[in-house]
Design a binder for this molecule. Structure first.
Ligand code: SER
Length: 316
């Protein structure tokens, strides 16, 4: 990884990934790109930035070729709830964008990363400690995209020798860029509302457990996997990774340790609840630990302390 093109760089993960990688690899070596929204974003000032709509294959090639990148990190995608509301658009962006980016990686001989998700599992997958290799029959468009994406990335590795690697991320929590259109977003919103109003109305019901991870651990996971010795990887697309599993009551109880007046109530959104119900309660990251040394530093209590501190510093 010497010169990296990041698509979807102004999204939930990309925003922080670009900053961290510019620190490690040098600002000029991380080419951030996004479809839109670049007008007033600091990322466009701290290093190279290009407008790329990932459904435009020629444009991805043009930028990758211009900067002579050796790595593509393909982050542009719609999250689960947005995808469920607009399945055809999700197919176009999540699948069309992915195969376009993979083709460029093949043509220019680039290493390749794209995130998969806990959404790649479905109701017939084992619910608890979901294994690395198991039944994957998701019932959401997002999940269909993620499973197809995992298979496509493995196909590009086996068929064309493209060094593709990926992780199945759980819900990602951060104080920097709020997520948009995901099912796990409640676990981010709850911190903002706890500070603003000491009260949160959750669209996910109590008793619904999902895997989660704090963003610093997610960024380390991406970089560690990409830097790992390829000979050690038995799996590629994509590795289960997780740091914690909780339900809305669990995160609320943790917040209450710092804001005793905090209360939570429920107004369940049937669509996002159905998505959450189809996902695992917790997944098993053993393969990632064994094959490339995955580790997470933040559990729920450490993350909560950091989230509340950082959001207060931001003036929330
Ligand atoms: N955080 C994502 C979502 O909720 C899961 O991959 O859509």
């Amino acid at each position: 990884m010497k010169r990296v093109l990041v698509t979807g760089a102004l999204g939930q993960i990309g925003t922080e990934l670009v900053v961290k990688m510019r620190e490690i690899y040098g600002a000029d070596n991380i080419i951030a790109s996004n479809r839109s929204g670049q007008e007033d974003h600091t990322l466009t000032q701290s290093g190279p930035f290009e407008v790329i709509d990932v459904t435009d294959a020629k444009r991805i090639f043009e930028v990758a070729d211009k900067y002579k990148v050796d790595t593509i990190m393909h982050m542009a995608a719609l999250l689960s709830a947005t995808a469920e509301n607009n399945p055809l658009l999700a197919w176009e962006i999540n699948m069309g964008g992915l195969i376009n980016a993979l083709e460029v990686a093949r043509e220019l001989n680039c290493q390749f990363f794209t995130p998969s998700s806990i959404g790649a599992f479905g109701p017939s997958s084992p619910k608890d400690n979901t294994p690395q290799d198991t039944i994957q029959r998701p019932v959401t468009m997002y999940g269909v995209n993620k499973v197809a994406g995992e298979l496509l990335c493995d196909y590009y590795y086996h068929k064309f020798g493209v060094d593709t690697r990926g992780v199945r991320f759980p819900g990602l929590i951060s104080y920097v860029q709020p997520p948009g259109g995901g099912t796990t977003d409640y676990a981010v919103h709850i911190y903002y509302e706890a500070l603003r109003h000491k009260k949160y109305t959750s669209y996910i019901d109590k008793g619904t457990y999902m895997d989660m991870m704090y963003m610093p651990d997610a960024l380390n996971a991406i970089i560690d996997l990409m830097e790992a010795d390829g000979d050690r990887l038995k799996h590629r697309n994509a590795f289960n990774v997780t740091a914690m599993s909780f339900d809305p009551e669990g995160i609320a109880a943790e917040i209450r340790k710092h804001i005793p007046e905090f209360t939570i109530d429920y107004k369940v959104d049937p669509m996002r609840q159905a998505i959450a119900n189809s996902w695992p309660n917790s997944i098993d990251p053993t393969a990632a630990i064994e094959e490339w040394g995955f580790k997470a530093e933040y559990d729920l209590s450490r993350m909560t302390v950091d989230m509340l501190t950082k959001l207060k510093e931001k003036g929330i």
